[in-house]
Design a protein around this ligand. Structure first.
Ligand code: ADP
Ligand code: MG
Length: 297
């Protein structure tokens, strides 16, 4: 396992930032850690990179324990912190050179990471002269210097303009072919654009953990219908492509269909043919976006 988190909690004073979190990430997966601001994403990432200790619980990165094998954990992870703090007065190569010394990696590796992150045309400039997109590349190059197996990227695409966004997403996807990437974001579309899997965190708790492929193949749709009178479930089960019927309250029914095609007109025709009056008729979206909104609202 690349990342294994077991029952981690973190308390700041009387603020519980993480509340008994558990999850694991396999190697060469790109996993999105999605949650609104203040959910606990950065806190989890600081724990996994050993910058801070958890209050409770255990975690391993590359099979090394974050409490007892800090040094090995640090060797295994490349970290891009939120707001990517860089020395704007340094030239790109100076900055990478300094960190190469800290990590004790060969100088040749600097040129490799410059190449890998597409920094070549800007590598002769001062960091302060670079666009936000290129600064993120410097941060990624820095995170890759010691060739770690696991990359932990805290909001790597936040604050980028649309072109930079596409470039950095592509770069992360390329990196993710060889390395495990655990990235945080508060923007759902970022997950859909880059990740194999999403773990949703809200108020310090994990509220969903799903593979994107499963979400995409989730060919289900729920129609909520209210009639003016009671209808037998068995009767509604005669609708085409219906999977299940649930009477949620009064004369309100939740009907699940095995298709993405809007089934409301079928429900309408069905009501008409059977002399039923419809009081309300709504489609409940089951996309990732609505899941995220539902879980975090
Ligand atoms: P996210 O990255 O998802 O926005 P954070 O992990 O930064 O969330 O923060 C989670 C919660 O913990 C927030 O309520 C935040 O205010 C609080 N928090 C984070 N760091 C500290 C700290 N050093 N001291 C006190 N509270 C903190
Ligand atoms: Mg954060």
């Amino acid at each position: 396992m690349s990342i294994e988190v077991k029952d981690i909690s973190k308390v700041y004073g009387d603020q519980k930032a993480l509340d008994h979190i558990s999850f694991s990430v396999k190697s060469a997966e790109i996993v999105g850690f999605l949650g609104p601001n203040g959910a606990g994403k950065s806190t989890m990432m600081k724990i996994l990179t050993t910058y801070i200790n958890p209050t409770e619980g255990k975690a391993k990165v590359n099979d090394f324990d974050i409490n007892t094998s800090k040094h090995n954990v640090q060797k295994s992870v490349g970290y891009l912190p939120e707001h990517n703090p860089l020395y704007t007065e340094l030239y790109v190569r100076e900055y990478l050179n300094f960190n190469a010394d800290v990590y004790k990696v060969k100088k040749q590796r600097i040129e490799e990471v410059i190449e890998m992150t597409g920094l070549t045309p800007e590598a002769h400039k001062k960091i302060g002269q670079l666009s936000k997109g290129y600064r993120q590349r410097v941060g990624l190059a820095n995170a890759l210097l010691h060739n770690p197996d696991v990359l932990i990227l805290d909001e790597p695409t936040t604050g980028l303009d649309p072109n930079q966004l596409v470039d950095i997403r592509n770069l992360i996807k390329t990196i993710g072919k060889e390395k495990t990437v655990f990235l945080s974001t508060h923007i759902m579309q970022e997950v859909e654009a880059m990740c194999d899997r999403v773990i949703i965190i809200n108020k310090g708790k994990i509220v969903a953990d799903k593979h994107l492929a499963d979400l995409r193949e989730d060919q289900e749709q729920i129609v909520i219908v209210e009639f003016d009178y009671r209808v037998e479930d068995a009767f509604l089960l005669k609708l085409p492509k219906v999977i299940k019927v649930k009477n949620t309250n009064g004369f309100v029914y939740e009907i699940t269909f095995s298709t993405k095609k809007d089934m409301r007109s079928h429900v309408f025709d069905f009501a008409h043919d059977n002399d039923l009056k419809i009081i309300q008729l709504n489609q409940k979206n089951t996309s990732l976006e609505s899941l995220f909104r539902e879980l975090t609202s």
